[in-house]
Design a protein around this ligand. Sequence first.
Ligand code: ATP
Length: 320
Amino acid sequence: MLKRIAVLTSGGDSPGMNAAIRAVVRTCIYHGIEAIGVMRGFEGLMEGDFQTMDRASVGGIIHRGGTILRTARSDRFKTEAGQRAAVVHLENRRVDSLVIIGGDGSFRGAEALGKLGFSTIGIPGTIDNDVAGTDVTIGYDTAVNTALTAVQKLRDTASSHDRLFIVEVMGREAGFLALEVAVSGGAEYVVVPEIPLDIAKMCEHLHYSRKKGKTHSLIILAEGVMSALELRSRLQDTGGYDARVTVLGYIQRGGSPTSFDTILASRMGSFAVESLLKGTSGMMVGSVCGNMVLCPLSEAWKSPKPLNPEMLALVEKLGV
Ligand code: ATP
């Protein structure tokens, strides 16, 4: 019988992490289990920076971006000595299982703890959506909507001034964020790491659009390909285009979660605790076709997670 469950957030923060923490803590309380918050991700775990969580400690946070437990990246935790130090603190505090909310890097950390015999479960929280085993990650929908709001404003200026805009969005080595923003923002072109960039083809496409009477164009660029300034100079060199550049940056990571992310986080947080109660360990929670599922942690980084080809084709078709 589980008596104590700890929860931490790790890697980049994402909107909805707080809702997930709340769901973990409240589901623990519902089942009479003590919930413990670990501050500053794996860094705090190695220092035993723990806080007992009650109903009130997760009150008033469901709508807040960021993470009340704070988050960190830790190189020391990548070493076995760091991982062993973490297990000692968990055992001293009599923690039975640890819930880790983060991206695939954080799940590698969870897997390492599992190899030392400690029970863990992962909840995918990252704006990049670059975690296999789940259709969506917590924070992705909010980030798409934040970027979309910015793109919609830029479109007003692009159309008023007959301009070509390049908007660089986040996403690390994946193009999920860029692709959704491109389709919902009505972009003419999307540049993602999954598809090799053909600059001549892009110039041809822009030229064709101009010839057909289009006075302004919008290119969405995923940060994992190159910087917006680099793409700007390549467009200038190849096609003589003078593009305006906007880098959205960290505003995409913050803000209140959308209802989609809040519900996703609430379901995943609660499902994680319910799964631990059933004896699950070394797994991650996913949402597949709207259903809560479990898969091995390693699926997060071992399995491919391709972009939807229909969405890619849509940008080309609708951006004519
Ligand atoms: P995001 O991509 O949204 O930033 P993430 O969880 O992938 O989230 P990372 O910085 O890759 O972010 O990983 C978070 C932390 O997980 C790292 O700082 C490190 O402490 C731990 N970690 C990453 N890889 C490993 C590994 N191979 N072994 C042990 N721990 C790891």
